[in-house]
Design a binder for this molecule. Structure first.
Ligand code: ATP
Ligand code: MN
Length: 464
């Protein structure tokens, strides 16, 4: 008999009813009496458990004893329409096998209703809970939607390096990568660390962004995207920051800032729609458990036109709002998530794309505006999240870019290869970065970014 996944059965019960099936999974609960017992079986393919009915005239109490919460079993039997409420179909068990027991006295997920904080301490087992099963399936669907979106548009998937020798990617503090013995560092004559003896013969670090290499791809293949892990050694213990997170970074030749904004809006709506269409049960479960308004909010974002305005206009609205913010707001200030969320949730009640930020608070590679003060940056701001995308049109002019690099004292030894894109066949181009976990946060309605990645890395936490 062929093993069938529970999600396949629920996708088309009529196809399987009346047939013999073999199912395999983990026991969620067992209840019943001397005549009949019911096991709720989950195999991870769906939020929905399959009910297995054990006619106790065919099974002994001794056999059943091992079927406890968390145990893994294989069951064969016929799939029948269910008489009981709450399920369309169920399996009448003919025969079963226990793969692995789970001692009720020590299995950490024995009880239901653990807090998310408790489950963070049990991150190695939490995928077996309903909540994390749902989140991880939505996460997987979103990853697929991302590749599908770009593939349909003719973008190429470019793999950019995770280890980099430039310490000026411009997006944050870096984790050093070295094979030098830290308790006995080789030194040069003047007492500095002798990196010529390090693995790469120079200092290296984990990347904070694939963008600079992405630009090399875009100025050759036209339209590319990266989708990979990035690392930031910042001590930011917030519900929106991870030390290791995944980022999607499209980079497009011949796009100006307006093309860039249009792509970002289309892209994010596509991903959310995909999840609404393909993760109905999981999203409905998360809505029921955590956030009644979730589905409405997702649909609302898909159906609204994002507001576009400049940073200068945004700051004016915030200053005139009379609202008391924890962090002061003035022209030149880097907006905090409380400011971003005020614009989105209180003022416009829609996603907002803010453009033309002061050049001092943005990276060196952004295209400089005529006013000499601002750059063609764009941040997409979302309800509940704040910044979900950061991007810009890039400075394509060699002299302007070079001058900015000098002003900021960025070492040219790191930058010569990047400047070659402006030296040879430079083109107007743009790109942005979407923080994957922030998208998953938004779509699942979870409130802490540690709960939307299987194995979160945050300051002082890399256990599992
Ligand atoms: P923030 O201001 O929220 O710290 P940022 O401006 O440093 O973000 P960018 O360098 O613009 O972020 O990165 C692009 C996108 O990556 C952001 O819009 C956000 O969605 C995501 N992102 C940035 N830092 C983190 C992080 N530490 N953890 C998870 N996602 C992040
Ligand atoms: Mn940003």
């Amino acid at each position: 008999m062929q093993h069938v996944k529970i999600a396949r059965i629920f996708a088309d019960p009529q196809k399987h009813i009346g047939k013999n099936v073999e199912v395999k999974g983990w026991v969620r609960t067992r209840r019943g009496n001397k005549q009949v017992q019911f096991v709720a079986l989950n195999d991870g393919s769906s939020i929905n458990n399959l009910q297995i009915v054990f006619d106790m005239s065919k099974f002994t109490d001794d056999e059943m004893k091992q079927i406890t919460t968390g145990a893994s079993i294989r069951v064969t039997g016929s799939l029948v329409e269910s008489m009981g409420k709450g399920q369309v179909c169920e399996v009448q068990a003919a025969e079963f096998e226990v793969y692995g027991t789970a001692d009720p006295l020590t299995y950490p997920l024995q009880k239901k209703g653990h807090t998310l904080e408790f489950l963070r301490e049990k991150a190695h087992l939490r995928p077996r809970t309903n909540t994390f099963g749902a989140v991880l399936r939505v996460r997987s669907a979103l990853a697929f939607a991302i590749h599908k979106f770009f593939n349909e548009k003719g973008f190429f998937y470019l793999h950019t390096p995770l280890i980099t020798a430039s310490d000026c990617e411009g997006a944050g503090a870096m984790f050093q990568v070295t094979t030098l013995p830290l308790n006995n560092l080789p030194k040069t004559e003047d007492g500095q660390v002798d990196y010529s003896q390090d693995f790469f013969g120079k200092p290296t670090a984990l990347t904070v962004s694939g963008q600079l290499e992405g630009e090399l791809g875009a100025t050759a293949l036209g339209e590319i995207y990266t989708f990979g892990p990035t690392f930031r050694a910042e001590n930011s213990n917030t519900p929106r920051h991870l030390s290791e997170f995944w980022m999607i970074e499209p980079e497009m030749a011949f796009y100006d800032i307006n093309d860039n904004m249009a792509l970002a809006e289309e892209f994010i709506k596509y991903c959310i729609s995909y999840a609404l269409d393909h993760c109905k049960d999981d999203i409905a479960f998360l809505a029921k458990m955590y956030d009644e308004d979730l589905e409405n909010r997702l649909r609302f974002v898909v159906n609204s036109d994002f507001v576009r305005l400049t940073y200068t206009e945004g700051v004016k609205i915030l200053e005139e709002s009379g609202h008391k913010f924890e962090f002061p707001v003035y022209w030149g200030a880097d907006l905090q998530s409380e400011h971003e969320r005020f614009l989105v949730e209180e003022h416009f009640k829609k996603p907002v794309i803010l453009t033309d930020y002061p050049k001092e608070i943005k990276a060196f590679y952004m295209k400089q505006n005529e006013d000499g003060k601002t750059v063609r940056a764009m941040d997409v701001l979302f309800p509940k999240i704040g910044e979900i995308i950061g991007g810009s049109e890039r400075e394509a002019d060699f002299d302007k870019l070079n001058k900015r690099i000098e002003e900021l004292n960025i070492p040219m030894k790191d930058m010569w290869w990047y400047l070659d894109t402006r030296r040879f066949g430079s083109v107007p181009h743009s790109g942005f970065g979407l923080g994957f976990e922030r998208l998953v946060l938004f779509v699942t309605g979870m409130t802490n970014i540690r709960d939307v990645i299987p194995f979160p890395r945050t300051p002082k936490n890399a256990e599992f």
